[in-house]
Design a protein around this ligand. Structure first.
Ligand code: CMP
Length: 225
């Protein structure tokens, strides 16, 4: 297991070496291929997960089968922690969008660490506060922004977390299909395709398989406002 990713994760960065080493022994490794889920909305769960490599989408399905993505998470991020604070079934389905390696930790084990290392709970609260801020922003965008604006914003957010420099811009290997991108911005695939095509036609983007290259980040930023 690549322990470096975990050691650098904000949740663990402040732990003493011996506490970290003890915690590592309690982790269980989970490998997922694209499309496999680690748990489903409504399941009972007593573990949280750290992403070691790859990407996880968190999605909810309506009773009539439509899907909405809450988030796409990458290395160093955690999910599945909500039941630790609010014992209830899983609030979303967690599915790999690429080959993904996770480290699972039982809620009970984390609770023990928190008792002796209160800084860990501060880090968890910080992660939850950030998530709430992001969710509030998405809600405002759903009300106030048009679909191209939301697509531009989603691409910037993905670029912030997964972007790498490319010769002509920023390569964002988001691993999402256009359907999944549409589920992330809360619009139909057709409308999202149209927005992407318009960005391409203006020279702001290049589309690749499950990736984009942002050629003009300034324009994309302006369009996201
Ligand atoms: P849990 O409810 O145990 O399982 C689903 C997980 O999805 C949940 O814990 C959180 O870790 C994560 N999750 C739920 N809502 C959001 C959100 N809005 N943004 C990011 N992650 C979320």
């Amino acid at each position: 297991m690549d322990l470096e990713v975990l050691r650098r994760a904000p949740l663990f960065a402040t732990l003493d070496d011996d506490v970290f080493s003890a915690l590592i022994k309690e982790l269980n490794e989970v490998d997922l291929s694209r499309g496999s889920s680690v748990f489903h909305e409504g399941d009972q769960g007593d573990q949280l997960y750290f992403i070691i490599s790859g990407k996880i989408k968190l999605g909810r399905t309506t009773p009539d089968g439509r899907e909405n993505l809450l988030a796409v998470l990458g290395p160093g991020e955690i999910f599945g922690e909500m039941a630790l604070f609010n014992p209830a079934p899983r609030t979303a389905t967690a599915t790999a969008v690429s080959e993904t390696r996770l480290a699972g930790l039982r809620h009970e084990s984390l609770r023990n660490v928190i008792t002796t290392n209160p800084e860990v709970s501060v880090q968890l609260l910080q992660a939850l506060a950030k998530r709430l801020t992001r969710t509030n922003e998405s809600l405002a965008d759903l009300v106030f922004s048009d679909v191209p604006g939301r697509v531009a914003k989603a691409l910037l957010d993905l670029a912030d977390r997964f972007g790498r420099p490319a010769p002509d811009g920023v390569l964002v290997a988001h691993e999402l299909t256009q359907e999944e991108l549409a589920q992330l911005v809360g619009a139909s695939r057709e409308t999202v395709n149209k927005a992407l095509a318009e960005f391409v036609q203006r020279g702001w983007l290049r589309l690749e398989a499950r990736a984009v290259v942002i050629l003009d980040i300034q324009r994309i930023r302006q369009r996201s406002r």
